[in-house]
Design a protein around this ligand. Sequence first.
Ligand SMILES: [Zn+2]
Length: 340
Amino acid sequence: MPGVELFQEERNLASVLAFLSSISNNPNHVSAVSILEDVTTGSLNLLIAINKAKFDDGNHILQQLKDRFEDIFAQLSQAPYSIDSNVEDAVFAAIISMCFKRILCRLRFTNSYIKASRQPITLLLQKAMALRSVKPFFNFMERSRDVIKFVESWRKQETPDELGSLVRSIQHLSKISGFQDVIESISNHEMDPSSKKSLLNGVRKVARYFEAARFLCNLSKKHPSIQRLRFILVKPPSNAFGETSTALCTSTLSSMIARIASLHGLQWNADRICHILGTNEIEAGSRFINQTNTILLEAKIHAAIQLILHCETNKFTPQPRVICASKDACFLCNAFILTH
Ligand SMILES: [Zn+2]
């Protein structure tokens, strides 16, 4: 395919753009992207979709995604033959602008939609610094001090530039040799495992914003055709959103367990499962029906499925080879894609 010849590069590009597409802190706004080659024009299109329970759900986020992606790629195309550090800075600034709210949430400077008042990543870093302030950890300490310095600057001004500098310093920290080992060498007694995991995860994800800018610039140097990437918003037709029946849950816990057990040749029965869970069949049965109804009432057409529907309906040739979502695919989407 023109521009992006290698499957791995196409996969990396989709993965980076799916990561950047997570601009909202609302867990309902899960997005997915897919790269589609238009053989008639030779152009590359990025198809973008968002989880929807109703026809109009998330349309404002979809439009923002298109506008902001266009801003990023406009920076790449302004100097198509000299992708240098100025271009990289401009692309990075456009990424910070696009993902500003999400980065603050990943740093835990603002509360997430579902989990309130978590310790900021940089506070966890300061705790790790207090535990690893001796000589073998010189590089870790030096880069961590830089991060804390940029946190202080951010606190004073809270501008996109300050946030960009902080993200850059976190990326530098993530690149020191053995960063993960330093954090994992802290005993569980000194720092609880979930804090260590959050710190590593937070640093890795925030660093990725800077790495995304570098990746897009490098790919653009190699394949200038990606500078002309077009962004297409995909929405399922209104008749895809059928009315949900009020009589939702038609099975019981024991009938569901019997069905799964017989499908997989398992010796399961409701009695034993309730015993293990420390509950009884009446209570578990009622919770099963409530939970199933909640899931059915809140059911969404997942973004990856919308993209597949769009491509199947339009019978594109060739069909896209990669679909990436802003979070891991759910069990059913994954199973559907694997068997597709
Ligand atoms: Zn799914």
